[in-house]
Design a binder for this molecule. Structure first.
Ligand SMILES: CC(C)(COP(=O)(O)OP(=O)(O)OC[C@H]1O[C@@H](n2cnc3c(N)ncnc32)[C@H](O)[C@@H]1OP(=O)(O)O)[C@@H](O)C(=O)NCCC(=O)NCCS
Length: 146
């Protein structure tokens, strides 16, 4: 059974590996380690007996939470893990008294866009050629938390 729990510094190597399996423009290990310097970051991992299979995080400002990453190991997708992680992020954003949660997604990333729409996010803007490797427009999505 998969459990969602807060990420710790000890999880950085495992999360770094998942990030590389998920994204062409993956973060460095140092970027994950530095997350813990700032109290505005809330990161979570999905874990079962085989280890960590997914992770997700938000960064919060006064009234807005931004989804920074959400990723599930390719062989563990379509099991509901991404949904569970996103629910925890939304709950955390509410606990931080954010009024909205926002994110940016590649326009070709249909699985992620479907996940976000299912959870009440709406596309509000397009950032032209925002992504590289490959170059692609970014869709900005928003959900109110009130
Ligand atoms: C996006 C991602 C996190 C979804 O994780 P997941 O664990 O496979 O998602 P779940 O099994 O919880 O699915 C929840 C919902 O997401 C949507 N979804 C997930 N995979 C999908 C797919 N391949 N095609 C269409 N919709 C999909 C569906 O709406 C699904 O609900 P449903 O099962 O009722 O149809 C995963 O595909 C992933 O890690 N992708 C690579 C990293 C990434 O692109 N992250 C987002 C960056 S913005």
């Amino acid at each position: 059974m998969v459990k969602i729990r807060p990420m710790t510094k000890e999880d950085c190597e495992a999360v770094f590996a998942i990030d590389r399996a998920c994204f062409a423009d993956a973060w460095s290990l140092k970027m994950f380690e530095e997350l813990f310097q700032y109290s505005v970051n809330y990161y979570f991992v999905a874990e079962d007996v085989d280890g960590i299979c997914g992770f997700a995080g938000i960064t919060t400002s006064v009234d807005t939470a931004d989804v920074m990453n959400i990723g599930v190991m390719p062989e563990r997708r379509k099991e509901g893990i991404g949904q569970e992680l996103l629910e925890v992020l939304i709950q955390q954003a509410k606990e931080c008294e954010c009024e909205q949660i926002m994110l940016e997604v590649r326009e070709s990333n249909l699985p992620a866009i479907a996940l976000y729409k299912k959870n009440g996010f709406q596309a509000i803007a397009v950032r032209k050629n925002y992504y590289t490797q490959p170059t692609e427009h970014g869709i900005i999505m928003q959900r109110s938390l009130e």
